[in-house]
Design a binder for this molecule. Sequence first.
Ligand SMILES: *Cc1c(COP(=O)(O)O)cnc(C)c1O
Length: 383
Amino acid sequence: MHRIATLLAQAGNRRDPATGAISTPIYQTATFAHPALGESTGYDYTRSSNPTRKALEDAMTQIEGAAASFAFGSGLAALSTVLCLFSSGDNLIVAEGAYGGTTRLLDQVFARLGLSASYVSITDTAAYRAALQPNTRAILIESVSNPCLLVPDLPALAALAHEAGALLIVDNTFLTPYWLRPLAGADGVAADIVLHSASKYLAGHNDTIAGLVSVRTPALAERLGYLQNAVGAVLAPQDAWLVLRGLKTLALRLEAQQRNALLLAQWLQAHPQVRRVYYPGLPGDAGHARLKSFSNGFGAVLSFELTSTAAVAALIEGVQLISYAESLGGVESLITVPAVQTHANLPAAERARLGVTDTLVRLSVGIEDSADLIADLAAALQH
Ligand SMILES: *Cc1c(COP(=O)(O)O)cnc(C)c1O
């Protein structure tokens, strides 16, 4: 088995024996002609399977060390399909402060269908044990929280889930398989299902919405494959091709983005208008040692607390290079104010408890020259 950078660069390579095309062709077709009565080429209808989507799914299966992978139209389409594994009366334990779309889907949609979610503090391992109920079927957790970059004890949670006969589902969007492969069982993280918003690092260019799910066992592969076709929230061939293309440079992008993130975090720490920086790549960060124990990297999202809301306004209005926009993981740096954007739907008290203050700013660091990013922040903070 090749190493991860090789698997990434070779994603989808030479899949077309008819022409030898290096890049996987985009099979922009809804249906496939059958060779004879009762026969199939293996492809019947694109909702069920499509060669371009299959190339992406097979690449992810190799990259994640999975039994199988499935591509969806968005990260939330992927999660919705995963949640269809469960039934009315089932319970999930979910880390507090999970992605806003995740809690909205659980609390406003699947709750109506009888699936309950119990929320616990992401870093409090004892709280997960206390929250276990006889009907708990899964623990759903992000590998690093948003926006304060808190780090859960994933090995302990994997052990706890399995002891309780429940699944561990890891939303690994922030770290990607380049830094952490939760299915592979390395460093004690033996997850059952890993999901990604591929709209972020995997596609990587702020140009595509996509979701990916990989599973550890053939039994889960069969159930999820059935649901992918039954629910039908699949990724289109053009977008599957864009994600494949993104995977090829994931290793390079993440190395560059993480290098920039550390430089920016250190610079921000020393700035008089910055009260606190959250970035697990900083040796002094609360999650640094834990994340280092099971992940090969720290990612490239960081948050920081400014001294006043006036400073936040000046920063957002002052940045010229960095775009004021939601999302993360692309080659272009983006800045957001979580209390106003990504976490605006939470009640103020809940935001306060999660550390999402009005003076917190989140930065997704891209691959630009770090000196230009620092100059942009410096000029904006001077206003
Ligand atoms: C963006 C995101 C999602 C949702 O993915 P979409 O592709 O936007 O549907 C889920 N989880 C995390 C951690 C995310 O950042």
